[in-house]
Design a protein around this ligand. Structure first.
Ligand SMILES: [Zn+2]
Length: 168
């Protein structure tokens, strides 16, 4: 993986081109997010045009979880709330607060950002809390093994979760 501070905040296979900022802790969170895209969408083949939450949501959740390992929970919580959660919870527009599963092409502006990034990340993190780390990791890994490069749609993840929960 090659990562540079350039100007795009964008992931590419084996390359990250992020904005040039002086705060290296903040820069590293963005880097973590872009590297997480190696798995979603690149490894999985999710359709980021139709269901952006399937890659941006995971990348945003991973950015938080990796941030805990790198900088500790206090900093990670603070950064996640400031960078991701505040804009969503302070958005008063009910019109923009659509179900996460809404196709990305039917969303715009802040509504797109909320649906693609923070709402699914919070849902994945809530799922992690509900399942516990072991079952969550098992479900995530099974999902990745089953659907690597096969273009999963949201229901493929839901069905896997139901199957795993029925076995426990
Ligand atoms: Zn992203």
């Amino acid at each position: 993986m090659t990562a540079i501070q350039g100007f795009a905040d964008m992931e590419y296979p084996m390359m990250v081109n992020d904005a040039s900022i002086e705060d290296l802790k903040d820069s590293r969170l963005t880097l973590d997010h872009e590297v997480a895209h190696t798995y979603f969408p690149f490894y999985m083949g999710t359709n980021e045009t139709r269901y952006a939450f399937m890659d941006e949501g995971w990348a945003t959740a991973f950015e938080y979880l990796i941030g805990i390992e790198e900088n500790g929970k206090t900093y990670a919580d603070s950064a996640f709330k400031a960078l991701r959660v505040q804009r969503y919870i302070q958005d008063p527009s009910a019109e923009q607060d659509q179900p996460i599963i809404t196709m990305s092409s039917q969303l715009s502006g802040v509504g797109y950002g909320n649906n693609a990034y923070v709402k699914p990340a919070l849902a994945y993190l809530a799922l992690k809390d509900l399942l516990g780390d072991t079952l969550f990791k098992k479900a995530l890994h099974q999902y990745m093994v089953n659907w690597n490069g096969k273009h999963p749609i949201p229901w493929d993840f839901f069905i896997l979760l139901i199957q795993l929960l029925n076995k426990t």
